[in-house]
Design a protein around this ligand. Sequence first.
Ligand code: ADP
Ligand code: MG
Length: 235
Amino acid sequence: MTQPVIEVRNLTKVYAGEGDAEVRALDGLDLTVRQGEYVALMGASGSGKSTLMHIIGCLDRPTSGEYWLAGADTQALNEDELARIRGERIGFVFQAFNLLPRTTALENAALPLVYQGVPAAERAERAAAALERVGLGDRLGHKPNELSGGQKQRVAIARALVQDPAVLLADEPTGNLDSRSTADILNLFDELHAEGRTIMLVTHEDEVGARAERVIWMRDGRIVPREGVAVGGTA
Ligand code: ADP
Ligand code: MG
């Protein structure tokens, strides 16, 4: 067994709702993901998948519970430390790509390195290598509006890989793509997994989930043994 990369214990996230109502988006959730695993997170809309991914991606914090990332207790970190660990350990891919418009593929892929203070020449070299890795070595100077949906998502994956993160997180990465681009992106994830990368993706498509080694089902802010079974459990 490899080392755990993600360890979540009794995690809750409560959002303030209208008036007195609160939403328990995560309701006491336990999860371990080990180095090199490829995991798909599935479940109905509103079951808490994105909330969990944002906490695992250090984009948000839980209301209570523990989250250990690569052995580090994220609860003990202040905002600057959390931002740094996010930059170093996490690559996040969004459904809507979230690329900067009017900015080349090279500059988009290099962006995380700007925040880390990496010198310009090294940024360009590493971003070009990441784009090469996702099959866009001939598109470095293209802007998002000059790229197809599948190519935009490849740029976003290159941006996520540029710092060689411990874990690649993707929230419905193929949700905006046609079937051919979806197949391309899934093949790329298979390759990255075969290279030893840890991947966790959210999907509501069975054929996407079937590509992962393990499917984790969520319902009402908990992990359940399989689709539609309303029993709390661990995975
Ligand atoms: P999923 O990604 O599985 O569709 P989400 O994690 O987006 O689920 O949402 C889980 C629950 O939390 C839903 O009931 C949603 O309405 C609620 N929720 C998500 N984000 C917020 C927020 N920022 N404020 C209030 N409620 C939220
Ligand atoms: Mg979601």
